[in-house]
Design a protein around this ligand. Sequence first.
Ligand code: ADP
Ligand code: MG
Length: 942
Amino acid sequence: MALDQKYPFHSISAEETLEKLKAGKEGLTQEEAQQRLQEVGPNELTGKEGINPFILFLKQFKDFLILILLLAAGVAWYADHMVDVYVILGVIMFNAVLGFFQEYRAEKAILALKSMIKQEATVLRDGKAKTVEARELVPGDVITLEEGNGIPADARILSSKSLQTEEASLTGESLPIEKSTEPLEENTNLGDRTNMLWKGTHVARGAATAVITGTGANTEIGKISKSLGDIKTTSTNFRKKTERLGKQMAVISIVTSIIVFILGYYVRDFAFEEVLLVTVATLVSSIPEGLPAVISIVLAIGAKRMAKQNAIIREFTATEMLGSVSVILTDKTGTLTRSILTVKEVYLGDGTALEVSGSGYSLEGEIGNKQEEENTSGNPVLAKLLLVAGTCNNARLGDGANEQKKNKGSEEESEEPEVSGDPTEVALLVLAKKGGGVADEHDEVVEVLDDLPFNSEQKFRATLIENKGKREILTIGAPEKVLQLSTKVLIKEGPQELSEESRGQIEARMDEWADKAMRVLALGYREAEGASNDLKADDVHDLVWIGMTGIVDPPRQGVKEAIAACKSAGIRVMMVTGDHKKTGAAIAREVGILETAEKTGDYPDALEENELDVDDKRFDELVDNVSVFARVSPDTKLRIAEHMRDKGHLIAMTGDGVNDAPALKRADVGIAMGIRGTDVAKDAAHIVLSDDNFSTIVRAIREGRIVFQNVRQTSFFLLTTNFAFVAVFIIAMAIGWPFPLTATQILWVNLVTDGVMELGLAAERGHGEIMKQKPVVREVNILDKSVIPYLLLMSVVMVGLSLATFAYYLPKGDTIARTGVFLVIAMTQVFNTFNMRSLNRSLFTIGPFSNKYINICFLVSLGLQLIVIYTPLLSGIFRFEELPILDLIVILVLSSSVIWFAEIYKRIRFGKLEDVSPEEKQLERTREVKDRQEIEEAISER
Ligand code: ADP
Ligand code: MG
């Protein structure tokens, strides 16, 4: 009974669709779903998943350099140097193998990252709502969707509420599309099938239930096989920089090769074929062909390290962009704070101030009167407040609490129940429970008719209920907003006019709480006789003020340190929050965004959106001097970001909501919250934080800076070795000596040094005060003046040593002289790798063997050199002569002098420096300490 996933479901009614898909409104049974999954396969887009090693290997031969090598082989064949032909072909193969391994490593890292981004969906199975991975969905599954959800498969809408979707990724339509359930003409265009939902698009607003009609390759997006959530690799600033460097190096190598040719052919009169071969070989070995591959690996390693630190890269180049970030615009709740909210205080409309005990989401705790020991349970205002808190609420508390208790043994203290939903709402639900299960009690009499979820623009949520036969609208929201919408206040005797005096009292209390870093929420209601079942934001007015709650949400551990690290790294941290100005400022002070000591002139600590309604010049001034922005909408967030960008900053910006998506896309580095964030935000972002934690951003920035450092150091390594290498040639020929190496020897040196060693340098972990330097600005070139003396010194040592060796052995014959030079060139280059691990720190403080990749590369490279000299067959082919062991040892020791020279230089120029600063170590170590665990521990300790 194969299911027809291609049926035009939009042309039939919802009921008929269910029938056709052999499904019910309550969804499939788990068993049936399992069976269908077997039948139709997982709901995945099989783009170019997986790596095809064969194709990847073949790809290596597309290279421009291979062409040059083939040309060289042709020349050798023409000149009847058959040995050279084989060697060159061998080199081509070897090159391809190396290239293959480099790319394979990078591709695998990308693939691993991809699998970290998982989409989930809420589906009805056995009549119960369940969260499953999107890949497990099958046709006939009934899913529920809400604002911000990604649509996991093609589906027919069963019921919807003010549903709008965003389908730009599929149809290119940039405006949200209104959806409904009505059947349509069969030949309706894809973009106009308003009763269907498409995989890969998003819910922009409203909510729906829908039945899945097509999965995986049978979806519309699957048909055009555009893989979504792919990691994109776009050309960036950084690529351009490295490309420029690569081109410069290529030009140098072409020019020097020409010089080698002219010297050899015209000045020295060597045979044409021989000169041509040597020229081609020098060209091949001095072009930094490995550079692009190295950059990919450095980025891949960086991305992998970031993932380990909980920052998952969605767009590959974000890895290096992070290293240049100079401003972070961050959210407050959940990013800087723990996002485990607890109601601590309640202030009722009748003036009663109450205290709430307990911590976290634990249900243990009481609501007590501050002043007297009066019994509060009889207070009707409190009862109403608890009713609203528990009913106007979309969060859920699981009943796993008792189970946990059993598992944990005999501990008396309460455990936290499993929760789901908005943390603010969870906090209020916990409050309602503490108040004596008020919400449960009302369950029989209160019927929820409609619900309007919280929205950061209107800043409240509302629920339409029927309470003992009477309709009421309940609201929870930002206190100013609710106060503004209120005309009455609830006291023990019932609703009463809201006087200016009580407004003043309420506002004073609001300020007082906000100053204590509390998140304040107000609760209100109104009778709504005859209201329709469809609740709208406009219906929320003329409220009766019930009271407000003060919620604590302490800063996360490590955030303060992370912000301090940003400061010393020259990165400005700005808080952009939807919360109250004072609450924002208070938290900002706690974590160090605002330092009490440093008061910037006449500027306030924090600003609200309406205070930013000024001309551009004043706006600039404000944004430059104020770091906390409150009650801000996503639009203003974007405006602030754009302003900073115009000033030449590179912006990292966090976000979680649907409205944040445009800003996340536009930021240099858009960072979405993995736990709290909507699918929309995650899809728009370059990076997803799997722990929502601000410290993670800072650790990722550190990794980004290391990426830049490693690319620089690898480039410098290639630059010095290539430069020294051609210099040896040109000088030797100018002196009147024979070629220091034959063409095949040149190619071999290139392989056993550059080809191998650069792999190790790519994996260097950071040294030094990475987070004490200013961010690298956009314009900076990779090669800056300050390193040139170092690179020159290295080159001089390498060239001098090579020439001295050649001169020493020449009287004994060309072959042995070339063998000696071969070893010196190769070994000085290999030792130079160790120098490049840090440009200013001694090898012995960073640990000579601490990069295990370099150790391996070192052994491989040394092995390859010795094999070619000491195995008779190969030494015959390459025309090497066996060196006495003593000579070998002397050469190795002499070659290591590049390290000693570098050490002396570093000591004189930089003094004695630690490997990494203590702060840096600390930052590296502050791994995700899961806040939940922390709190659980704190509870069990008490
Ligand atoms: P942020 O996440 O930056 O702290 P939000 O935009 O989420 O700010 O919230 C702004 C204000 O709206 C909060 O200070 C609070 O008063 C109110 N609020 C937040 N979440 C909810 C919710 N789920 N229900 C009702 N009101 C809320
Ligand atoms: Mg929020």
